[in-house]
Ligand binder design. Structure first.
Ligand code: 5GP
Length: 176
């Protein structure tokens, strides 16, 4: 699947830049005096996180968490595990989770439940992309970049089989 696929552009780097700037304005307004902890979900969110935090001109801290992932296929594995956990306590902190894509919603629901048990002062979600057509569990995305169609999305940090993360645009894969 997708081994012969060519990435096609969904959102250009210019559109991404404009959207990330708008998200940064909203996040700055909401978190200015809160010294929030931004938790990026590896690996897919690394590029988005790097661009976003450069536009946030107030004190904040950064953490990463790694969950077990889909592997090669596109169907949710169903079982989600924390592979690399937090090294910073989040009790009483204002936490903003940074995710690359919300698809069925299983992964992010698992993670938000996991974090909520650690008693943060607040817990919100910022997602670069949302694929609502495949949702299995309702998810509230507090800060959303783009809504994407039911396609396999790659680029700007997102991979297929560890490839395509380096594409500067948000693309989708279509078999020839
Ligand atoms: P969910 O649990 O919401 O179904 O899936 C979320 C995770 O699945 C994302 O963090 C991402 O790792 C992966 N995923 C879902 N859809 C896509 C997609 O279109 N492209 C890529 N690269 N990963 C996806």
């Amino acid at each position: 699947m997708y081994s012969e696929a060519k990435p096609r552009i969904l959102f250009t780097r210019q559109e991404i830049e404009a959207t990330v700037s708008q998200l940064a304005v909203r996040i700055s307004k909401d978190y200015q005096d809160k010294n929030p902890l931004l938790i990026g979900i590896l690996k897919g969110s690394f590029m988005f996180m790097a661009d976003l935090i450069r536009l946030l001109n107030f004190p904040l801290e950064v953490e990463f968490i790694r969950l077990s992932s889909y592997g090669r296929g596109r169907a949710s594995a169903g079982k989600i595990k924390v592979v690399q956990g937090l090294r910073t306590p989040i009790k009483g902190r204002d936490v903003l989770v940074i995710e690359d894509i919300v698809d069925t919603g299983l992964t992010i629901t698992f993670l938000l439940d996991y974090l909520q048990k650690k008693q943060p002062a607040s817990l919100k979600l910022c997602a670069l992309t949302d694929k609502p057509s495949r949702r299995k569990i309702p998810v509230t995305i507090d800060y959303l970049g783009f809504t994407v169609p039911d396609k396999f999305v790659v680029g700007y940090g997102l991979d297929w089989d560890e490839k395509f993360r380096n594409l500067p645009d948000i693309c989708y894969l279509e078999d020839e």
